[in-house]
Design a binder for this molecule. Sequence first.
Ligand code: NAD
Length: 457
Amino acid sequence: MNLIIKNPATGAAIAELTSDNKASVRAKLSLLQQGQKEWALHPVKERLACIIKFGELVKQHGEELSVILTRETGKPIQQSRNEINGAQNRIDHLSSHAERWLRGEVLVDEGLTHEKISYEPLGVIANISAWNFPYNVGYNVFLYALVAGNAVLYKPSEYASLTGKQFEKYLHKAGVPENVFQCVIGPGDVGQQLLEEPLDGYFFTGSYGTGRHIAQTVAHKLVPVQLELGGKDPLFVMDDVADVKQAAINAAEGAFYNNGQSCCAVERIYVSEGIYDNFIDAFVAEVKTYIIGDPTNQHTFIGPLTRQPQIAVLDQQVTDAINKGAVLETGGQAMEGQGYYYQPTVLTNCDHRMKVMMEESFGPIIGIQKVSSDEEALSLMQDTDYGLTGAVFSGNEERALKILEALNTGTVYWNCCDRVSPNVPWSGRKNSGLGSTLSAQGIRAFVQPKSYHLRSS
Ligand code: NAD
């Protein structure tokens, strides 16, 4: 079966790729099983050199790659450029730290018995990925896995396959051997094929439903499983923010950047009652300034959704909220004409009976709720099955930290949001996932420790 790639801005088919099947997945896995052993013997420095070269090639071909990303996902071109340039920080960070993180450690070096640890790669790992930030979430996994000495069977999302093929092309050009990195193309049933093969680890980025299915299916293999899943990330805007208008502008960007299709997008906002009306006015005014349209135009901020079926999800959330008493301040429906466009939508007077406050929207819609105390805000922020990020905007660090320390999320933000850094781990709790990418912890995910007890007589 072939995979038809459509441009979300027009709905038109722009490419056709041959999908993988059971036989081709097996052949690629067998190739990688041979190559991995040799790859693991190279010093970290040499593996790193290939990754650095890969980064240079991506930079050199940045504009061409941005156009491909925009054509297949609908991401506004300036945001595609930002993503490609921004993801380079993973490579810079790895090149500064990976050798140290992967070096073995001597724990006891005196007396007769010596004790030390070495870090060995897992083997051939599956990297099953999402479409929304294919550079960021791909780099978080395959670059770290490769530097640690693993081979990678990479399955890009069916909505980011042209980009995935570019990763393969430039990794090979940069010196990562063909028997160390292979891309498999296709929708979910091709991903399912990977679950049935004897991979040495499963590293998944995507929705909670698929992540849970993967964890359940491969559980009997007793190999590492890492899941980077969705979120319903809250932002609380306190009444002591220095500038309500600026807080509203920043909050709106956190909610609407990449059309709201970010795992750590602001998905629900709580606002102290003292500034509620001013905040709503500024927020809605800001959203109304967004330029919506052709994602190849460099001034566009809101392009089409990547996936057409998401329109129905957003429609349901809007209708449900309005039926339960929310006020529609702007937007509220798909746009007429070609492409999968949805109006940036702001719902106020929201509460937790509404889907828009409880279920991941993954689109350009936001629910806002008034709160009368910090305690009420915290309790609402905690009322979720997810645990990816949580944010507080406040002029008072101590007051903000009281909330942030209590949140059961992998990441917290004070006066910022929707942000990822290679310096610190990226991890979800509860239905947002299992394990960490990035930082030293993100590379240790791709190795297994071996303990040596060495007695000299
Ligand atoms: P998805 O779960 O629909 O698909 C993800 C990948 O899984 C795709 O490659 C898909 O082909 C594959 N897949 C589907 N069924 C499979 C099966 N049975 N077996 C194996 N693989 C299968 O998710 P998506 O729409 O691509 O991504 C959006 C979701 O990802 C959102 O929930 C978002 O929040 C989340 N996400 C999380 C992070 C994070 O770091 N926490 C980052 C980006 C996206």
